[in-house]
Ligand binder design. Structure first.
Ligand SMILES: Nc1ncnc2c1ncn2[C@@H]1O[C@H](COP(=O)(O)OP(=O)(O)O)[C@@H](O)[C@H]1O
Ligand SMILES: [Mg+2]
Length: 273
């Protein structure tokens, strides 16, 4: 399937965006992303705007709706400001301030690692108690479907997809957390746990990935058996999804599965019991 562009949006949707945002030039495509949606930026007198939109009937439309709901309650400063969100003419549409910057390089030795870990350490303080009343409990996340509820109680708003492409480092060094499409309620350490296999995927040993994660106070204080349960559940989830999706997604899932297995065997071989 080809990715839709600005011109694929219905005239009424484009007219509403043009009316609300007063663009000063044409829409330009924005690269990246994993959902089959429109991703463009529009210039305006107040700076560029990032727009993402997806067909209401698409399998990912609920993620866009969840992202809109989460951004309506996110405190300022966590990610780019949501300017508009609406559903009309068969499309779910979100518009944010465009955040110029780069995705962090998570490879060993990168100078982006420390700022990312520091940002994750601060992330959940303003997100506790969970400001999103509709956020489902983390235990209902398909990743954890067989896990023990008792190990995953907490009242933070969780992102559940912290990876390099959902983080942007702005020119002033501030880190924006974007793509809140999978919000859940649970213990703050879970978001760091989602990052650990991403660090392994980026080339860290499991030992070094754990060392970075261990700088995050919530992760350091988490119960080791709960982290073990999470690592095992996430790896089983990737096993269950390994054969699904596009060839690119399958290739990514195969690498993620390897990273998960590396993490699980490291934890069972060390004192993380
Ligand atoms: N507010 C923003 N400002 C600048 N670039 C953005 C912004 N939001 C997203 N992007 C870019 O677009 C990409 C896709 O956006 P994202 O919200 O992650 O979509 P998807 O749901 O498809 O993963 C991001 O990885 C990032 O590079
Ligand atoms: Mg994304």
């Amino acid at each position: 399937m080809t990715t839709p562009t600005w011109d694929d949006l219905p005239t009424a949707v484009r007219a509403r965006l043009e009316n609300d945002l007063a663009p000063t030039g044409p829409a330009a495509p924005v690269a990246g992303g994993f959902t089959p949606g429109v991703r463009v930026q529009l210039p305006t007198d107040e700076g560029a705007v990032f727009i993402k939109a997806i067909r209401s009937g698409s399998g990912a439309a609920d993620m866009y709706r969840a992202e809109a709901a989460a951004n309506q309650v996110l405190p300022a400063g966590i990610g780019p400001q949501l300017l508009i969100s609406f559903e009309s003419d068969g499309w779910v549409v979100l518009a944010f301030d465009f955040l110029p910057g780069h995705h962090p390089d998570l490879t060993p030795g990168s100078s982006d690692l420390q700022p990312v870990i520091d940002a994750i350490s601060r992330l959940h303080t303003p997100l506790t108690p969970c400001p999103l009343t509709s956020a489902p409990e983390i235990i209902t996340n398909p990743v954890l479907h067989e896990a023990d509820h008792q190990q995953f109680t907490g009242d933070a708003l969780l992102h559940c997809d912290l990876r390099a492409d959902n983080l942007l480092i702005a020119e002033d060094g501030q880190i924006g957390v974007i793509d809140w499409a999978w919000p859940h309620r649970g213990p703050a350490w879970v978001d760091t746990a989602f990052l650990v296999p991403q660090l392994i995927l980026a080339g860290h040993t499991a030992h070094d990935a754990e060392k970075w994660a261990g700088q995050v106070p919530a992760y350091q204080l988490a119960d080791d058996t709960a982290i073990n349960a999470f690592a095992t559940a996430l790896t089983s989830y990737w096993v269950s999804r390994a054969a699904q999706g596009s060839p690119e997604l399958r290739a990514y899932r195969a690498r993620a599965l390897d990273a998960g297995r590396t993490w699980v065997s490291h934890r069972s071989a060390t004192s993380h019991r």
